[in-house]
Ligand binder design. Structure first.
Ligand SMILES: [Zn+2]
Length: 453
């Protein structure tokens, strides 16, 4: 059976629907009585459910936390699970077009959310319609589940699971093709100084981003300015040293990167600390920082460097600040998919405190792992391969987290094609209309495969 011509019928409608959803700014905002994540996420959900209702599907709105459209029958549920909320966008940040208007140029749609994840949701709508057009008897129920709070906590999907339970098999089109069978576990922690001569320090934007800029104030006569400059110059680090009375103000510039790939960035805090130590500063906190983190990103200073056949532990220092004379900073650890938080924390015993500072673990989340040979993973990968002809790209594990961690029997599958960068969470986010059509085709094939399990 040829799926592609059936998908093509909906090309124009797909673009119209995506444009309508992009026009709704669904960034999380103030909670209202009927809008747990603000009016934008609510309005996007209501609009999407209206589209699916006009298609004739049975739709359910779960108190504006999440909603779904359904067809088929039986006790098994196959889920396609996307999200309608977005991260903020501002034209002034460097967008070439209005981020809340879908602008089409040469078959490419620009706008916030076109790739993450509104485009995928609309492609899933098309997949449901095509499956109905095929007229295949459905012994399982097929649900397009839409959450409204993926970008800031996945609470909408948690609400769905409380009300409706897990799916029998599912995928969330909010990751990569040909499929993501493992997502690393996470440990969040905070370190604190015990005593230090540093007068003030501030750096970083978020715990899950490599620190791109850090500024410190300290007495000017306690380190060698010459050796500090040498360190920065030898390591190609951008910096600025200003004098203010008896104090030095030092600003260090790094290169931000996502916390799941800290080795791709240059950490401003770490280079500042190592630079100060090299410049002869004798300070208990700087000593503590260099011993426990330094320039490493593998957790070795915390005793928890480890890896499995799917990948190694990573550690990121995203933010640092000073409060009431105490320096505090964030630690974001992503640990291998076959480990447990308990095991990793056991490795850290004996590494969490010394004279200069201490580390406190604040939260943990377990990894997600399905065997690449499991029926779920292999059916999805087969759908991707059969539709695209790409048999080279292997399914993968990632350091980030998706909806798959919040609902059972689900992996991330699409919507990003291998090697592409759609500027997700960035300016000028885009998607290609032809790729959206291909996505829909893959999802139809994926559902057909899952129906046979
Ligand atoms: Zn997303």
């Amino acid at each position: 059976m040829e799926i592609r011509p059936l998908v093509e019928k909906y090309r124009e409608e797909l673009v119209e629907r995506l444009s309508a959803l992009v026009a709704i700014n669904s960034v999380r905002s103030e909670t209202l009585p009927d809008a747990p994540f603000g009016s934008g996420p609510r309005d996007a959900l209501v609009a999407a459910l209206q589209m699916l209702e006009s298609d004739g599907f049975h739709t359910v709105n779960l108190d504006n936390y999440a909603g779904y459209a359904e067809m088929g029958e039986g006790s098994d549920v196959l889920g396609m699970i996307g999200h309608l909320d977005i991260v903020p966008a501002d034209k002034a940040d460097g967008w070439d077009t209005d981020p809340f208007e879908a602008v089409i140029k040469d078959g490419v749609i620009y706008g916030r959310g076109v790739s993450d994840d509104k485009g995928a949701v609309v492609a899933c709508m098309v997949a449901m319609k095509v499956l109905r057009d095929i007229g295949f008897p459905l012994r399982k129920r097929i649900r397009l589940i839409m959450g409204t709070n993926e970008e800031s906590g996945s609470l909408g999907l948690k609400y769905y699971v409380e009300k409706e339970g897990d799916v029998t098999y599912g995928f969330t089109p909010d990751g990569d093709f040909p499929g993501v069978y493992g997502e690393k576990g996470m440990i969040g922690a905070v370190y604190r100084s015990k005593n230090t001569c540093i007068q003030d320090i501030e750096g970083g934007m978020a715990g899950n981003v490599v620190c791109g800029r850090c500024r410190v104030k300290l007495p000017r006569n306690c380190y060698s300015g010459k050796r500090l400059r040498e360190y920065f110059d030898q390591n190609n680090i951008d910096y600025l040293i200003e004098e203010e009375g008896d104090s030095s103000l030092i600003t260090v510039f790094g290169v931000p990167a996502h916390a799941s790939t800290p080795e791709l960035g240059v950490n401003a805090i770490s280079n500042l600390m190592v630079g100060l130590k090299e410049a002869g500063l004798q300070d208990p906190f700087v000593e503590f920082y260099c011993t426990h983190f330094g320039l490493t990103t593998d957790g070795s200073g915390l005793g928890c460097n480890c890896k499995d056949e799917y990948g190694a532990l990573t550690e990121n220092n995203g933010m640092i600040w000073m409060k009431d004379g105490v320096i505090e900073g964030t630690i974001d650890i992503r640990y291998p998919v076959t480990m447990t938080a308990k095991k990793v924390i056991r490795l850290m015993e004996g590494y969490l405190e010394d004279e200069g500072g201490s580390v406190e673990i604040t939260r943990t989340s377990e990894p997600l792992f399905y065997s690449p040979n499991s029926p779920l993973v292999s059916s999805l990968v087969k759908a991707y391969r059969d539709v695209t002809g790409d048999t080279e790209t292997e399914p993968m594990t990632i350091g980030g987290g998706t909806y798959a961690k919040s609902i059972g029997n689900t992996i991330a599958f699409g919507c990003a094609f291998p090697g592409r960068d759609y500027h997700i969470h960035n300016t000028n986010e885009f998607c290609e209309i032809d790729e959206l059509m291909k996505q829909a085709e893959i999802y139809v094939q994926a559902l057909l495969n899952l129906l046979e399990l």
